[in-house]
Ligand binder design. Structure first.
Ligand SMILES: Nc1nc2c(ncn2[C@@H]2O[C@H](COP(=O)(O)OP(=O)(O)OP(=O)(O)O)[C@@H](O)[C@H]2O)c(=O)[nH]1
Ligand SMILES: [Mg+2]
Length: 391
């Protein structure tokens, strides 16, 4: 098995891709799919293997630039001879070829890729992309070539990654292409009134069960493919530490606050933060705690996929309010955890006592924290991510 280094995908695939297997990233037009190939190539080389990238969409220089944008140094791998290009694009625009192998007409492609596979045993080859090849080759020929490459790659234990945009092709051709590989990952856009994002799911794999769910993703520069969580809610009673929590888990955050009693900042509209953690990115929305702003709760809670309920563990008189906020935000129905904050204060109740006092179901995790010292914050974050996306 080799890891794909795409967050969640390795879990869906039962750990990664077996050596010698082929994987097809099949995208609807408009969805970014190159990053998946680049990320796998970069990761597998980083793990100590060799790899090549065939390109017929952009010249090698452009690909190098794109790798840089993602924060990956392909140039270094080229210098160290851990990676090489198969240049299938320069000839078409009259540029000198760049890379270990190149073609100057399409009929050479079959043999050149076989040579490239020979040079990266136990490694990886990325075909970027299959759609452009199809445009130049006969339909029967393309299936014949794919079968040859995949068979050869199997003998050499080389993983082949195909990048494919599903233009308006004959459905039979698409079916044959999918049947010629070991695994298909479908990439689509997800729409709900407006396009809200892009998603991927494993639709077939010869070594494991396909996934049931589509996950949203985002391609970041730098960073590459990340799992995207559109909305996580942070709520809880007045002064519990919600704004501090949003600040603590975010790289950047904004709070709309005003001095309460001209002394302490209190949230009057909301906190907005953005988390980038363990391959996940998420937008975080914090509510005000005071009851007079409760009309905000409804608005902020809409379309949340998970929630942190922050409580001041030393203020059990606020627990009823916390339960009330859970109800008001519909957090009843979504995965949530209780953040038992201010564990540093005298009289702070331990998690199990909070569970008892609040009469909380056993399956709701309660994580003790001292947010102002960043204690327990990461555990709280990991716990909710786990609830949302499994292990
Ligand atoms: N002792 C202690 N104080 C904390 C901790 N976390 C936050 N605080 C303090 O609690 C106060 C309230 O924190 P905020 O983050 O503004 O709380 P909030 O829930 O956003 O408050 P509202 O928006 O007004 O409802 C601040 O003075 C924080 O410094 C903690 O772990 N321990
Ligand atoms: Mg606040």
């Amino acid at each position: 098995m080799k890891k794909t280094h795409i967050p969640k995908l390795d879990d869906f695939l039962g750990g990664g891709i077996p050596e010698g297997s082929s994987i097809l990233f099949c995208a609807v037009p408009g969805v970014e799919c190159e990053a998946f190939g680049y990320q796998i190539l970069n990761g597998i080389i980083e793990d100590g293997n060799k790899g090549f990238i065939f390109t017929n969409v952009a010249e090698p220089d452009n690909i190098l630039y794109e790798f840089n944008q993602y924060g990956w140094n392909l140039e270094k791998y080229l210098d160290e001879e851990k990676a090489f290009f198969v240049d299938g694009s320069s000839y078409s625009i009259g540029l000198p070829p760049m890379g270990k192998y190149s073609i100057d007409e399409i009929s050479q492609i079959e043999g050149v890729i076989i040579k490239a596979i020979n040079d990266v045993p136990n490694g990886v080859g990325v075909i970027n992309n299959l759609s452009t090849l199809i445009d130049y080759l006969e339909e029967d020929k393309i299936i014949e070539i794919l079968n040859k490459w995949n068979k050869h790659a199997k003998e050499k234990n080389t993983i082949l990654v195909y990048i494919f945009t599903k233009w308006d092709y004959d459905p039979k051709l698409i079916k044959d292409i999918k049947n010629s590989v070991d695994c298909v990952v479908s990439l689509t856009s997800i729409e709900e009134r407006v396009i809200i994002g892009q998603g991927f799911m494993v639709t077939s794999a010869s070594w494991t069960k396909p996934s049931k769910n589509m996950v949203l993703f985002f391609v970041l520069q730098p960073g590459g493919v990340k799992i995207y969580i559109p909305k996580i809610l942070v709520t809880g009673p007045y002064n519990a530490g919600k704004s501090s929590f949003v600040k603590s888990i975010s790289k950047k955050s904004v709070s709309v606050e005003r001095m309460a009693l001209e002394k302490f900042p209190t949230t009057i509209a909301m906190d907005i933060g953005h988390v980038d953690h363990n391959g996940f990115v998420a937008d975080i929305f914090g509510t005000p705690g005071q009851e007079r702003f409760d009309l905000m709760l409804d608005v902020l809670a809409k379309e949340s996929v998970g929630a942190f309920i922050i409580v001041d563990s030393s203020a059990p008189q606020t627990f009823a309010r916390a339960k009330d906020m859970i109800n008001k935000t519909q957090a009843e129905a979504i995965p949530k955890i209780i953040v038992a904050n201010k564990q540093d204060l005298p009289g702070a109740l331990p998690p199990e006592q909070i569970r008892e006092t609040m009469k909380l179901n056993k399956n709701i995790p309660i994580i003790p924290t001292v947010i102002k010292e960043n204690k327990g914050v990461e555990e709280a974050l990991n716990t909710l991510l786990k609830l949302l996306y499994g292990d």
